[in-house]
Design a protein around this ligand. Structure first.
Ligand SMILES: Nc1ncnc2c1ncn2[C@@H]1O[C@H](COP(=O)(O)OP(=O)(O)OP(=O)(O)O)[C@@H](O)[C@H]1O
Ligand SMILES: [Mg+2]
Length: 261
């Protein structure tokens, strides 16, 4: 059975897609079979891996409405071992389906679909949209755990209580196994006092939920790194675009911790 991990935070632009793409690629680099599932209508994960609309006819929307099987929309990426379920702006139409009161188990639609392919992959990584609406609820309901990227900027922890409440509510109701895998500080600048303050706040409140390589004193932080920002425009994960960059090292370290946990 695959381990299903959502990357979620309803705040926009905190590094969810970057984390989903690069963690998925780093896990695949380690020989794992990985499915990256793009469930954001912005479809940034799909674009980051070099796919444009002309490259695929069907996407996660067709899976969720039941007209295609997940295996029928899955694309092979250029990264060995990494497959992608693409998304598309048309996914916004799914909200209607999710809110249909006659639809039973609306929160579990995605989970049912993932169950179909769960024996084929070691990991399923889900890139969710910047909202706590039904799409993200479906992602969390289908997941064993969630990684929460936290941008090391002002307002970083704003809205976090709401996300944590949602996770604990889902845990008490439809997904008892859901865990917080950890918080990942992103876009960290060592020159910036604000970055240091956010990291200090995170360490203070969630010390046990930061990612650590074995024996390392410092937790894993993703630095603000120009190679990370450039790589999507080349359709590649940073681990392939700039393999030795600090950004690659951080995401590889994260994959090492995830594989070992
Ligand atoms: N560590 C980093 N260093 C430099 N740029 C970064 C880093 N992480 C992310 N970025 C850039 O910041 C922007 C936002 O990142 P990303 O798209 O991953 O956030 P997101 O949380 O998925 O956004 P959304 O909420 O819109 O889905 C992107 O342009 C991305 O390339
Ligand atoms: Mg995104």
């Amino acid at each position: 059975m695959s381990e299903v991990i959502s990357i979620a935070n309803q705040k926009g632009g905190v590094g969810k897609t970057t984390t989903a793409v690069n963690l998925a690629a780093s896990l695949a680099e380690n020989g794992k079979k990985v499915l990256l599932l793009d469930i954001d209508p912005q479809s940034n994960a799909t674009t980051s891996l070099g796919f444009s609309r002309a490259d695929y006819e069907f996407n996660i929307y067709h899976v969720l409405i039941g007209s295609k099987k997940i295996s029928e929309v899955t694309l092979k990426t250029k990264v060995k071992g990494l497959h992608l379920v693409p998304s598309n702006i048309g996914l916004v139409g799914i909200e209607k389906e999710f809110y249909n009161p006659r639809r039973r188990n609306r929160e579990l639609i995605l989970k049912e679909k993932i169950n179909e392919i769960s024996l084929r992959y070691d990991f399923v990584i889900i890139d969710s949209p910047p909202a706590l609406g039904p799409i993200t609820i479906n992602a969390l309901s289908a997941s064993d755990s969630v990684i929460i990227p936290i941008q090391c900027e002002f307002f970083a922890l704003e809205g976090l209580a709401q996300l944590l409440n949602t996770v604990s509510l889902l845990k008490k109701t439809i997904n008892p196994k859901l865990k917080i895998k950890g918080f990942l500080p992103t876009m960290y600048s060592s020159q910036n006092n604000l970055s240091k303050q956010v990291l200090a706040d995170l360490s203070h409140h969630f010390k046990d939920k930061l990612f650590h390589l074995k024996k390392a004193k410092e937790c894993i932080v993703v630095p603000r790194n120009v190679k990370i920002a450039e790589s999507p425009s080349f359709g590649k994960p940073v681990t392939e675009y700039a393999s030795a960059s600090k950004g690659s090292v951080a995401y590889r370290d994260l994959a090492t911790v995830i594989i070992g946990s």
